[in-house]
Design a protein around this ligand. Sequence first.
Ligand code: PEP
Ligand code: MN
Length: 337
Amino acid sequence: MLIVMYHNATQTDVDAITRIVAEMGFRAEPIPGSERTAIGVLGNHGYVDDSKILELPGVQRVIHVSKPYKLVSRDFHPDDTIVDVAGIKVGQGCRPVVVGGPCAVESKDQIIKTALFVKKCGADMLRGGAFKPRTGPHTFQGLREEGLKLLAIAGKESGLPIVTEIMSPDNVGLVAEYADLLQVGARNMQNFDLLRELGRIRKPVLLKRGMCATVEEFLAAAEYILAEGNSQVILCERGIRTFETATRNTLDLSIVPLIKEMSHLPIMVDPSHATGKRSLVSPMAKAALVAGADGVLIEVHPEPEKALSDGPQSLTFPGFEQMMNEIGQLTMFLQSR
Ligand code: PEP
Ligand code: MN
């Protein structure tokens, strides 16, 4: 439930409502906004009788929220959330960010070379998996803690913040020591214990859309993180599974403007996993930015033909450089309109 206050409501009015909501057994969360003040009611599992609340001074109206998410919704939080990743701002109105790097950290030479190259081309953050969620157990599973250490070296040498995946609630402390942005992969979007644990830390989280998740399920997953107190969440569309087999997944770009209507959280797009095909990555990265994405996540490898995972979708260094030049031109074009 959301209690919307009149513009002239006083702090005393807000305090009185907070007290009464607590007496009803729920938690009240005042939500100051540029347009209005509202009070979110949390902790109820069903309809709440609003007759007592509607009589209170300062109350304009009550909105009953039946969706499985509240804190991530625009109803509860009309203003855009800007996520701060080690000083880099991500969200509506900020310059879109580019996160570049290999699918997996494979060696010191590979990750440092890539970090320095993507930085030179203008990338804002370095990605690289140390804990890899592979479809089968007989493939490369990542260098784990050793991979995190190599990412830290590459981050330091390039000056780029680190984005890396976290797979298990048990590893949140370890990964948070190294990562500036903790990625939840598509396969773990509904790992609720992991989401809860990430809600208790004070580092930003990149939540990827599950490959079979609806938009409502995606937002409900983000709600788990916000419900534990961490509102620094960036959503990421990475393609969904459809009947189409010509691409690895189907990039659902229409959710970018849709999520902006439904939620205040930033949304990025990963055209690498969405398409699975190197030649499609740059066109879909540009399309994502035109659709309003707050950033793109791009796999790039010094020698994609030798990559231990996701080589076919990884850009080569010249391919990444060209994409960055095209993104630069596109940004200038959009700003001139
Ligand atoms: C990744 O980014 O390396 C990854 C495994 O992506 P996804 O979870 O989207 O498949
Ligand atoms: Mn990958």
